[in-house]
Write a protein that binds this ligand. Structure first.
Ligand code: NCD
Length: 311
């Protein structure tokens, strides 16, 4: 297995065969996680520090669990309570932590590019757990694994990504990953939530759900990222749900066996109807969470092999 990277900062830096390498290894961890003894010692002796400068439930919990299942010493830094609040810069915080000799640093930050900057200042492997609107590589990888398992392949599928594309690092990383694997990508959402010039990424853009969802294999819904909106991007949540919220009627335009995805956290009744989110025949939202742990185990395993020089 070749994975010649020191850090996992984004999907942008990965080649298709490296994406496949991560997903194949993640499959082994899916099996481990479903077994009785959910433990391996590939990260034994290594220290993993999770630094989350932005709220997170799934991502932080799954990185923590992933590290523990692989035998690392895992520390969660409570960034709300840290010296950052006293005015310490990101780089000073990073250098302080670096002096404690971590091997893996998992970072989420509200500013696009902050994680790349930090990676240049430390001696360990850095994993981007989401930076601003920029990238969220492990989310795109877990989505890819979920799709590959549900559809039996990860190429030549028609995939709709719907909603608040403009503020979404999940959308950005997914557009890159699914594009690299040669899928057809459709973006659906109001023009106010569509980044300008996005067509250059080889995607088709729609502002009508019925048209955009026609015959797709995968429907990926996104949360309205209200915390990143500083003005009136939508008339009202009610109106938004009416036009873009996924319900049974809109979903009927997709292929009959199309799967429904959402990275979480969901705003039920805003971007997705509860009945659809909870429909175990269509929704793979719980599988996404399960794949998240396995993909993070695989990513940390591969980076750790490079640290030891055994890759
Ligand atoms: C996403 C995130 O934080 O970028 N959530 C996640 O990681 N599961 C999406 C979101 O916040 O809407």
């Amino acid at each position: 297995m070749t994975f010649p990277h020191r850090h996992l900062l984004g999907i942008e830096q990965l080649r298709p065969e490296e994406i496949t390498t991560i997903l194949d290894l993640a499959e082994e961890y899916v099996a481990l996680n479903r077994g009785d003894k959910k433990h391996s010692d590939v990260l034994s002796g290594l220290t993993q520090i999770n630094m989350f400068f932005e709220n997170s439930t799934r991502t932080q919990a799954s990185f923590e669990l992933a590290g523990k299942r692989l035998g690392a010493d895992v520390m969660n830094m409570a960034m709300q309570a840290s010296s950052v609040k006293k005015g310490e810069t990101l780089i000073d915080t990073a250098l302080t932590l670096n002096a404690m000799h971590p091997d893996l640093l998992v970072v989420r930050h509200p500013h696009s590019g902050a994680v790349d900057l930090l990676a240049q200042k430390v001696n360990c492997a850095v994993l981007n757990a989401g930076d601003g609107r920029h990238e969220h590589p492990t989310q795109a990888l877990l989505d890819a694994l979920t799709i590959r398992r549900a559809k039996g392949r990860l190429h030549r599928l028609s995939i709709a990504i719907c909603g608040d594309i403009a503020h979404s690092r999940v959308a950005r990383s997914n557009i890159m990953l699914l594009g690299k694997m040669e899928n057809r990508i459709r973006l659906i959402g109001p023009p106010t939530l569509m980044p300008s010039g996005i067509e250059e990424f080889g995607v088709e853009v729609f502002d009508n759900m019925d048209e955009g969802l026609k015959d797709v294999d995968v429907v990926m819904m996104l949360r309205l990222q209200k915390e990143r909106m500083d003005g009136g991007f939508i008339p009202s949540e009610r109106e938004y749900y009416h036009r873009y919220g996924l319900d049974a009627e809109k979903l009927s335009h997709a292929k009959p066996n199309a799967i429904v995805m959402h990275p979480g956290p969901m705003n039920r009744g805003v971007e997705i109807d509860s009945d659809i989110a909870d429909d175990i025949n269509r929704s793979v939202i719980q599988e996404q969470v399960e794949m998240g742990v396995a993909v993070r185990m695989a990513a940390m395993d591969l980076l750790a092999r490079n640290l030891k020089g055994t890759a």
